[in-house]
Design a binder for this molecule. Structure first.
Ligand SMILES: *[C@@H]1O[C@H](CO)[C@@H](O)[C@H](O)[C@H]1NC(C)=O
Ligand SMILES: *[C@@H]1O[C@H](CO)[C@@H](O)[C@H](O)[C@H]1NC(C)=O
Ligand SMILES: *[C@@H]1O[C@H](CO)[C@@H](O)[C@H](O)[C@H]1NC(C)=O
Ligand SMILES: *[C@@H]1O[C@H](CO)[C@@H](O)[C@H](O)[C@H]1NC(C)=O
Length: 342
């Protein structure tokens, strides 16, 4: 019996090891010997707590004038996925950084769990600015924002309303509004959009009548023969040791999946409308030139005012920039924030 269990475990481990691709220095859970990490939490403007991790060099010495960066995680993820990695790498370069869980996700408050509210997601970036600016060691005039994947659109949304964010960078950005309205490369028809809204509305009836919450989209829990290349790309990160993480209070089955009845809130989310008003604050859009999401960075770049830069990582796909340390352009980010938050 024991032997059998052991061989099943071995088989499982072999299968999951085969599934993950650790090339180009994939290191999602990287910890730096040079950097202190402290769990923190702070209130949003709506009096809900936002959870984060604060990172800074162990030998940091900048009494009250440190530059700081708020870092947001991919949509469906939590701060332990990609955001902590970027925050750690930038802390090594001398920035104070804070990775945040967006509301309804991870250790941040908000019900229902895995709920969607793009306004409250953007608010979390401003709440992090409140927090950093009241710590005594951060210069209020030197705070920037960095959003990965969906958070790229949330930090832009925040920056339009909050000029305290002095410089904005995105990596592998997903415009969650455009994605929900149009699909990738405008693959979704108006009829499909209406069907999605109708399904969410029907589910709302179910919930108000006392039925169970349902979840949607996100990363497949199991691959099938029909799984698309994009589904496999996400699975390799979110469903293997490479990047999987289950926050307290969630379960592996629920991670990455927003609730079906709130997901349609993204349909009314237009983060690039008015993006030019962020100028003259600088913007940097980073994308792999092979990324299935590259249309969003191109669109944002074309609409943004000056100064702006579209930085292509040759050969990189969308998820590659979540954790592959040999592809994430930390040096470019360091120069960007070093200059713009000088
Ligand atoms: C692993 O990922 C890298 C980076 O995306 C890619 O170039 C390579 O083809 C992948 N390897 C396999 C076996 O899928
Ligand atoms: C910190 O910086 C100040 C001013 O730059 C300097 O006077 C002080 O000696 C430094 N402290 C340490 C511990 O390095
Ligand atoms: C850690 O700090 C040491 C001493 O300052 C430095 O030589 C090293 O490059 C740092 N490592 C990283 C990864 O930043
Ligand atoms: C794959 O797609 C085919 C054709 O749409 C369908 O008949 C089949 O059930 C699907 N298989 C799985 C495992 O989803």
């Amino acid at each position: 019996m024991k032997t059998m269990t052991r061989s099943i475990v071995a088989l499982f481990m072999a299968t999951s090891a085969m599934a993950q691709n650790m090339s180009y220095g994939a290191d999602n859970f990287y910890r730096s010997n040079n950097v202190t990490i402290q769990p923190v939490s702070f209130p949003s403007q709506y009096h809900t707590n936002v959870a984060g991790n604060l990172f800074f060099l162990k030998d940091l010495n900048c009494s009250a004038d440190c530059p700081a960066i708020v870092v947001g995680h991919p949509m469906g993820a939590v701060k332990e996925q990609s955001a902590n990695l970027y925050a750690t790498k930038l802390a090594e370069q001398g920035f104070v950084t804070v990775s945040i869980d967006i509301p309804f996700w991870g250790a941040s408050e908000g019900e229902p769990r895995n709920g969607v509210s793009p306004d409250l997601y953007a608010e979390a970036f401003s709440a992090a600015v409140d927090y950093l600016g009241t710590q005594g060691f951060v210069d209020r005039e030197r705070i920037g924002g960095l959003g990965i994947c969906g958070s790229g659109s949330f930090v832009i949304s925040a920056a339009k309303l909050d000029p305290r964010l002095k410089a904005i960078a995105t990596s592998s950005m997903y415009n969650m509004g455009a994605l929900s309205r149009n699909g990738l490369q405008h693959s979704q028809s108006v009829d499909q959009l209406k069907a999605m809204a109708a399904e969410a509305a029907q589910q709302r009836w179910t919930e108000v009548d006392g039925g169970d919450v349902q979840y949607t989209s996100g990363t497949q829990n199991h691959l099938t023969a029909n799984s698309t290349a994009i589904q496999r790309e996400f699975y390799d990160y979110y469903r293997t040791k490479r990047g999987e993480f289950t926050p307290v209070g969630s379960t592996p089955e629920l991670t990455t999946h927003p609730t079906l009845s709130t997901f349609t809130k993204f349909v009314n989310f237009y983060p690039f409308s008015g993006i030019e008003t962020i100028s003259p604050r600088p913007m940097l859009f980073i994308s792999g030139d092979q990324a299935h999401s590259r249309e969003f960075s191109e669109d944002a770049y074309s609409r943004a005012g000056e100064p702006k830069e579209l930085f292509w990582v040759p050969g990189a796909g969308h998820v590659d920039l979540y954790d592959r340390t040999e592809l994430i352009p930390i040096q470019r980010l360091t120069d960007f924030f070093g200059t713009t938050l000088a």
